[in-house]
Design a protein around this ligand. Structure first.
Ligand SMILES: CNC(=O)c1c(C)[nH]c(/C=C2\C(=O)Nc3ccc(Cl)cc32)c1C
Length: 270
């Protein structure tokens, strides 16, 4: 801890607080996420260690970079040192746009979507599934690049701890198979990608609801409003494809990367 100077708290993440820090050796601005492992049982602790070990292997421009971890046995805290994302989380960004009655141009929507699909491509082939893809877990850097953060830590916490930590928000991006208590699979991340793509256009989730029951009914019904006419039919087609109720009918990450709107932008990046 003495290698870092605390600058200030910047948000209470799903699993404890996110603090902006400066690394004394080179003045680099980073953040740490503080987790109280004292409240976890043995299984969760070992899973958290496994998850952090996976996190440290991933180096990808669209995944929030993990740097280090500090275990403070005194107060039973673990500090996960990660990349600072100046733009904050996408949920706050969308909320602000909505307040200002602004919308995201389609070009920007495809760019954010491409970056999240690239991040999913990276973690899926490492056999990690996000399980909690949503605007609050996507962070923007100073160049407005989208980065997947905080993934996986939630997937292995057992229910009571997850309940204790998961913010009481409504699980808008829950897939039909998750509601049916079926196994979460990679296509559930694709469903969440469809919800994200929709929300980037509508600034609201595809299945808005005020309670879990109404939400579950809307998800199983699977109907959602078309986005405003400023958005193309291609965009709507990709959203509908990702939001297929039957997970087998949804695209794979590779199908999405082969979409003309994505592959064209990938070539531009090179
Ligand atoms: C209002 N929020 C902010 O200003 C904000 C900023 C500038 N950064 C963040 C959050 C993170 C940040 O900057 N890096 C992170 C790495 C992992 C996780 Cl889970 C979160 C962050 C936040 C919440």
């Amino acid at each position: 801890m003495e290698n870092y100077e605390v600058i200030g708290e910047i948000g209470a993440g799903q699993f404890g607080k996110v603090v902006k820090i400066k690394r004394k050796s080179d003045n680099k601005i980073l953040v740490w996420k503080q987790l109280e492992y004292g409240k976890m049982d043995e299984k969760e602790k070992s899973q958290l260690v496994a998850e952090v070990n996976i996190l440290r292997e991933i180096r990808h421009p669209n995944v929030v970079r993990y740097y280090d971890r500090i275990i403070d046995k005194q107060n039973q805290h673990i500090y996960i040192i990660m990349e600072y994302c100046e733009g904050g989380d996408l949920a706050a960004f969308l909320k602000n746009l909505k307040k200002e009655k602004e919308t995201i141009p389609e070009e920007a929507i495809w760019r954010i979507f491409m970056q999240i699909v690239l991040a999913l491509h990276e973690i899926h082939h490492k056999k990690i599934m996000h399980r909690d893809l949503k605007p609050a877990n996507i962070f923007l850097d100073s160049k407005n690049n989208a980065k997947l953060g905080d993934f996986g830590l939630s997937k292995k916490l057992s229910d009571e701890t997850k309940f204790a930590y998961t913010n009481v928000g409504t699980p808008y991006y829950m897939s039909p198979e998750q509601i049916e208590e079926n196994k979460y699979n990679e296509k559930s991340d694709i469903w969440a990608c469809g919800c994200l793509l929709y929300e980037l256009g509508a600034l609201s989730p595809p299945f808005p609801a005020t309670n879990h029951l109404a939400l579950a009914m809307k998800i199983k019904n699977g109907k959602f409003e078309r986005l405003s006419k400023q958005y193309s039919d291609e965009l709507m087609r990709v959203i509908s494809w990702c939001l297929q109720k039957n997970s087998e009918n949804r695209p794979s990450v590779d199908d999405l990367l082969n979409l003309p709107q994505i592959s064209m932008r990938l070539r531009e990046k090179r």
